[in-house]
Write a protein that binds this ligand. Structure first.
Ligand code: HPA
Length: 248
């Protein structure tokens, strides 16, 4: 049977450019989800066409459940972020290695009904090492400069942070800040999937420059290579290479 993997596109990455696909609507207990699909690849546009869904309104559970229904075992996702570590230059994709979750009031677990039972994922390895390594290899072969490793502070949004929040997140070990990694990643792990993340920074965190300026053009220049890097990473590894999180 063909393995089916998924790409989740964040801000700036809204479609599977240059590939034949069909739109498909998936019905889940949490709501319906529209995906683009080829035989072995699903593309999910996190913010919907025309970027109409803000980070705090994304139906993360429906999205991840839809991917499970389609047989997806592995996900590569993209994120627009702000850099809060001065070493993390803008527009250079970052292969994420860990996160701190500051989000709140989001449906963040499937283990919340009698039917689904009680479960606690061991998230000691949040990002799949095999997929993350493949992202590094494939980026290199496409001549795409990437940064290997970075800690994502996941905030609630939709507002940006205060300068004091940015200083606090940095002190706590974060390198970049964004609004969508959580609960998407933990939900995927709860359903036995493996997950890798490629973030790209479009601004410096609040207080690091006089005001926040978003540099979207940097992403436009590299998004085709980012998509190709993720597709190649998924194609050149297998479901069996990745170890799903343990549920305790
Ligand atoms: N903060 C939070 N989310 C973001 C930022 C930021 O500075 N930039 C892009 N997404």
């Amino acid at each position: 049977m063909t393995e089916v993997s998924a790409l989740i596109g964040g801000t700036g990455i809204y479609a599977l450019g240059g590939m034949e696909y069909r739109d498909e609507t998936i019905h889940t207990p949490y709501g319906q989800v529209i995906v683009q699909r080829t035989d072995s690849l699903i593309f999910l546009n996190r913010h919907a066409p025309n970027h109409t869904i803000p980070p705090h309104k994304v139906n993360y559970r429906a999205n991840i459940k839809a991917l499970q229904i389609l047989g997806v075992k592995r996900i590569c996702a993209t994120f627009a972020v702000g850099s809060i570590n001065t070493d993390f230059e803008l527009s250079v994709p970052i292969i994420l290695s860990d996160f701190i979750d500051y989000s709140s009031s989001r449906e963040h677990s499937f283990f919340d009904t009698l039917e689904n039972g009680v479960g606690h994922i061991d998230i000691s390895t949040p990002f799949c090492p095999v997929l993350s390594k493949a992202l590094k290899t494939e980026a290199k072969s496409l001549n795409l400069k990437v940064r290997n490793g970075g800690v994502y502070a996941s905030t609630n949004g939709p507002r940006f942070e205060t300068p004091a929040e940015i200083k606090a997140y940095r002190l706590m070990g974060a390198d970049v800040v964004g609004m969508t990694l959580c609960p998407e990643l933990p939900l995927a792990l709860e359903l036995g999937m493996s997950y890798a993340g490629l973030a790209f920074s479009i601004n410096w965190g609040a207080g690091m420059t006089p005001s926040i300026e978003l540099l979207h053009s940097g992403v436009d220049q590299i998004k085709d290579k980012m998509l190709r890097t993720m597709i190649n990473a998924l194609q050149n590894t297998k479901d069996a290479d990745c170890t799903p999180a343990t549920i305790l």
